[in-house]
Design a protein around this ligand. Structure first.
Ligand code: 4AD
Ligand code: MG
Length: 447
């Protein structure tokens, strides 16, 4: 019996007869020869059905196969650098085929489909080559995130998803009924991370987070995955050094391990290769000047379609501002010291200049916008209590959080990196909805 292998391992079986189990993507050819493009989840390759090698009966069987038919193929692995598929360079000379099911008429065809049509069929769309490549890059990104943090002394501590209080502002809360008590789906694990650093020094949480975003954009999901590292004895300046090491490692690991996937996605990887420390740092003040200078000149940078709008000091940047700012650098750029008024309640004000806070957003190049939000945290319990009141948050719900500052408070900092924004950037896709298997979008919760 031929060994059963996966397409990703086929290159190790040159000249041998093996069995591969998968699905037919496309059947082409005529006369004595047919080409079957086959995927098995680990890769995509071509099997060649040549009538003299396969025999008349099986050759006729091949001609009846439809897209997505499930098949078991046995044949000889041939190495040919020109062979199509990923990873490239192998094909199969078919000697036998068993049909598990001839698929019904498959709704997704090589022609262009509208995105709503595809989202309605997300459970099938995932089978397409692009979606396969994106999902694999995502898995590599997640592994790189965990590897880097685990190797740098961060302890994974899971934080709750059912929470009694807002972590990131009250406008994007998903409210739920917790046995008669109001509760919320977690917007962040940060507040718990801050408790955890006093026990473990450096921690991270990693999981889904929820935001009831009220507008449709290509950068916002209702449910997204975020990794949030938090460190004791860490000032903003130290935090930025951690962030640039971390992001560079993720990008370089994806480049190293996802060559075939990024090639399939036709990603220009030259820009990603430049993502190595140090990253440029600019203040919010400087960023406002840059934006307003560009606005005065009517500068348009893609994917912006309009000139970048002017901004008044104190306002938060929108996507067009972030796109313009990032376009001025060939690496991700930190924008630090945002106005206190546009940021969350827990950020440490800049000494001597309380109208700005010790925050930093990291803006990705090529129009992908903010991939990280982070800051130094308020470490004084009385200042924190005042900030909670100023944001009209219910004091009692934050008692435990303030109490952390009464027993050995230290300067501490942390950040959150959005997985889907990072994956969208690395894969070069234009919308976050393809960076997660089942996107939760405004007006869509199926399939
Ligand atoms: O800037 P944000 O809101 O920061 C926090 O949640 C902090 N508690 C993190 C921390 O300091 N521990 O979100 C962090 C990142 C953003 O930079 C973005 O990448 C992503 O999370 N993000 C979203 N991604 C997809 N859809 C959304 N609606 C997102 N909102 C934020
Ligand atoms: Mg943010």
């Amino acid at each position: 019996m031929a060994p059963i292998i996966r397409i990703s391992d086929a290159k190790d079986y040159a000249g041998q007869i093996v069995t591969v189990r998968g699905w037919l993507q496309r059947l082409t050819g005529k006369g004595k020869i047919n080409f079957l493009r086959v995927r098995d989840g680990s890769g995509i390759f071509q099997a060649v059905a040549f009538r003299p090698n396969l025999g008349d009966e099986k050759f006729e069987l091949v001609t009846t196969l439809t897209t997505e038919s499930s098949i078991i193929l046995t044949g000889e692995i041939k190495v040919d650098p020109r062979a199509p598929g990923v990873p490239g360079g192998v094909e199969m000379d078919l000697r036998d085929i068993e049909v598990v099911q001839v698929a019904g008429e498959y709704p997704i065809t090589p022609k262009e489909h509208g995105v709503e049509f595809l989202l309605d069929r997300r459970h099938l769309w995932l089978r397409s080559n692009h979606q396969w490549a994106i999902a694999r890059v995502r898995a590599v990104v997640i592994r790189a995130i965990r590897d880097w943090l685990d190797d740098h002394g961060f302890l994974l501590v899971d934080t709750p998803l059912l929470t009694p209080a807002a972590g990131e502002g009250t406008t994007t809360l998903f409210k739920i009924d917790y046995h008669g008590e109001p509760a919320f789906l977690a917007q962040t694990g940060q507040l718990y991370n801050e408790a955890n650093i006093f026990a473990f020094g450096r921690v991270y949480c990693f999981g889904p987070t929820f935001r009831a975003e009220k507008s449709k954009t290509r950068r916002h999901l209702q449910e997204f995955w975020m990794v949030e590292p938090e460190l004791a004895f860490c000032k903003l300046e130290d935090l930025l050094e951690i962030e640039e090491q971390f992001v560079s490692y993720i990008v370089q690991t994806a480049l190293e391990r996802c060559g075939p996937e990024l090639a399939l996605l036709e990603r220009d990887t030259s820009k990603l290769a430049q993502v190595v420390p140090p990253f440029p740092r600019i203040s919010y003040d400087r960023a406002v000047e840059m934006v307003n200078a560009a606005a005065a000149e009517g500068i348009i940078v893609p994917p912006n379609e309009e000139p970048v709008p002017a901004i008044e000091w104190g306002g938060d940047f929108g996507a067009p501002h972030e796109t313009y700012l990032a376009s001025q650098f060939d690496k991700p750029v930190f924008v630090t010291h945002y106005p206190t008024a546009v940021k969350a309640f827990y950020m440490e004000p800049e000494p001597g200049r309380p109208e700005v806070c010790r925050s930093a957003d990291l803006l990705a190049p090529e129009g992908y916008g903010e991939i990280i939000g982070g800051s130094e945290r308020m470490s004084d319990p009385d200042k924190l209590t005042a900030a909670i009141a100023k944001h009209n948050l219910p004091a009692q719900a934050y008692d435990w959080y303030v109490e952390l500052r009464r027993y050995g408070s230290v300067p501490h900092s942390g950040f959150g990196l959005g997985v889907e924004r990072t994956v969208a950037w690395i894969t070069g896709i234009s919308h976050l909805r393809e960076a997660i298997a089942y996107p939760r979008l405004l007006g869509r919760i199926t399939p």
